[in-house]
Design a protein around this ligand. Structure first.
Ligand code: CP
Length: 328
């Protein structure tokens, strides 16, 4: 993992001490999760109405700052802010002054000059959201930092599981694939522990970290015991150049790819996207009635509405994260 180093003379943000961030699932307790999922459910009901826009965050500015490619996370945060009547400003690193060598700190200070209420950031380096929290007065939401955390993905997956299976406590989820490079898996394992979901990590031994608090196995047949199979993409963009984790994608697919034959009838399948069809997931599984992939995308909208609402108006999300960022 590459960590952003916080230097001693960072500027102190001028903002009030009550800022709330969502930087990591570790910043949440079970009550926070319950509150966020409940708020998301309320927003889902509001989206059933003919007029879907709510005035809730009128007058607030949400900046989406994306240093990595994204379809689902960036679009859902933007739409979530718009559904809540916030102003939005989306900056993608490609085509911005980042191309001219501008640092994350200077980009954050520049955008911070517009007094945004929330900055949503995705960055390839672990710790980037903490840096933005440190140098701006905005509430900061982590939309994915390197291999570290993707907390809103884990929350939307909890929301999806509860909506589809009617409960969280006592479920068993098998997470299959490239766990080593997956911020989604790290967030999910923590989130599952919070709510009492049993988790088994399945994949090639080279891609199964041992330090995560979950059972691990290389035996793909283990997925049949799970209520839900959660499939991960091979994240080649995060692999060290020249490293070799599996002999080939063809061999990976043959041994760990999720096919209809490997699933129990009716077994639910999730994937955070983007999917590599034919590699980690058979197209027949991706398109089956038991696939929850588009349901996850829909959940992403209401959960991100809930997160924006919560950091601005709700309970103490991420207080520990703020404290950690300020003493780092
Ligand atoms: N699941 C997820 O983070 O997808 P995007 O990379 O498209 O945002």
């Amino acid at each position: 993992m590459t960590r952003i180093r916080l230097v001693q003379d960072e500027l102190r943000p001028p903002g009030p001490p009550s800022r709330r961030h969502l930087l990591s699932i570790a910043d949440l307790d079970r009550d926070d999760v319950e509150r966020l999922l409940g708020t998301a459910q309320s927003f889902a009901a509001s989206l059933e109405r003919h007029v879907k826009k709510l005035p809730t965050l009128k007058g607030h500015l949400v900046v989406n700052l994306f240093y990595e490619s994204s379809t689902r996370t960036s679009s859902s945060f933007e739409l979530a802010a718009k559904r809540l009547s916030a102003d939005t400003l989306t900056v993608r690193a490609a085509g911005s002054s980042v191309d001219k060598g501008e640092s994350l700190k200077d980009t954050a200070l520049t955008l911070g000059a517009y007094d945004p209420d929330v900055i949503v950031i995705r960055h390839p380096h672990v710790g980037a959201p903490q840096l933005v929290a440190r140098v701006t007065a905005a509430h900061v939401v982590n939309a994915g930092d390197g291999t570290h955390q993707h907390p809103t993905q884990a929350l939307l997956d909890l929301y999806t599981l509860r909506q589809e299976l009617g409960r969280l406590e006592g479920l068993h989820v098998a997470i299959v694939g490239d766990v080593l490079h997956s911020r989604v898996a790290r967030s999910l394992v923590e989130a599952f522990r919070l709510v009492g979901i049993r988790c088994t990590l399945v994949g090639p031994p080279t891609l199964l970290p041992r330090e995560l608090p979950a059972e691990t196995t290389t035996d793909i047949d283990a997925i049949r015991d799970a209520d839900v199979v959660y499939v991960l993409r091979m994240q080649s963009e995060r692999m060290q150049p020249g490293s070799c984790y599996v002999p080939s994608l063809r061999e990976y697919s043959a041994r760990w790819g999720i096919t209809p034959e490997r699933l129990r009838p009716g077994q639910k399948v999730m994937h955070p996207g983007p999917m590599n069809r034919g590699v980690e997931i058979d197209p027949r599984v991706a398109d089956s009635a038991d696939s929850l992939v588009t349901t996850e995308v829909r959940s992403g909208l209401v959960v991100r509405m809930a997160v924006l609402y919560d950091v601005l108006t709700g309970g103490p999300v991420g207080v520990r994260a703020l404290a950690a960022a300020e003493v780092a």
